[in-house]
Design a protein around this ligand. Structure first.
Ligand SMILES: [Zn+2]
Length: 257
């Protein structure tokens, strides 16, 4: 039996989909088995939950992105914690550190990263990590949770292969998307080569990061076909095996059937 592709990280709540959201989502059903719509802002989390309620194959993750946590409050954290009890909310995320944009002071980013990790640990939920230009600080914080949070994915992984190996050794997952197909993706190709296929999750991060040959256009989950093909090439595997193994990984990660 052929399985569809599991998109483990999408943002269909993004305003870039305001004109034709339902049409785009309807168009995915032949290729895509499931989508996890990931909150970045608190508003985005609310819209993610709505999307999951509306579409049987969509699940939601709730969390506040480091670039959006400047105004975060204790009430927001409580809202996230309460929302985790909803049936189709499957993870905390995306949370982490972003020193590339650096638009929120680093100590504030760390504070909300840690408090959201605490909530995830308390409720035994998987976590989606966003980390950009913050390899050392992210690793230092995550290491502290090794015993208390058994599932994490480093989404849109952008670091060296040694860092990937350390996360894999801790039992965590590496999220790979459109960047893998880019011409300058040598570093990520190395990562994809050394990380066992059982530890890789496919993701779009749509509407961003469309793979070749559609680079630069609005991304959607069906473009994951190109990422799966590229990964199959790197792993010298059959593309359908890549699709079904990564879908199994995603179902185990998010605890969905
Ligand atoms: Zn994202």
């Amino acid at each position: 039996m052929e399985t569809g592709i599991f998109d483990t990280h999408a943002h269909y709540d993004d305003k870039q989909f305001d004109e034709d959201r339902e049409q785009v989502i309807d168009g995915l059903k032949d290729i895509i088995c499931n989508v996890v719509n990931v909150g970045a802002s608190l508003e985005g989390c609310k819209r993610s939950v709505e999307l999951a309620k509306k579409h049987s194959f969509i699940y939601a993750a709730v969390g506040v992105h480091p670039s959006d946590c400047g105004e975060m409050t204790k009430e927001d954290l409580d809202w996230i914690e309460n929302t985790l009890t909803l049936e189709k909310v499957v993870a905390v995320g995306e949370i982490g550190l972003d020193y590339y944009w650096d638009d929120v002071p680093r100590d504030i980013q760390k504070k909300w990263f840690v408090s959201q990790l605490e909530v995830a640990a308390k409720h035994n939920m998987p976590v989606i990590i966003h980390s950009r230009d913050a390899a050392a600080d992210t690793f230092e914080i995550i290491r502290e949770y090794k015993e208390r949070i058994n599932k994490m994915v480093i989404h849109c992984f952008s670091y060296e292969k040694d860092m990937a190996k350390q996360y894999v050794d801790m039992g965590y997952y590496i999220g790979i998307g459109g960047v893998l197909t880019f011409k300058n993706a040598r570093k990520l190709c190395e990562v994809a080569r050394i990380v066992p296929i059982e530890r890789i999750l496919l993701e779009t991060d749509c509407p961003y990061l469309a793979p070749e040959p559609n680079r630069g256009t609005r991304n959607n989950s069906s473009n994951l076909v190109y990422v799966a093909k590229k990964l199959a090439e790197i792993k010298e595997m059959d593309v359908q095996d890549v699709i079904s193994i990564t879908a199994t990984n995603a179902r185990q990660f998010y605890n969905v059937v």
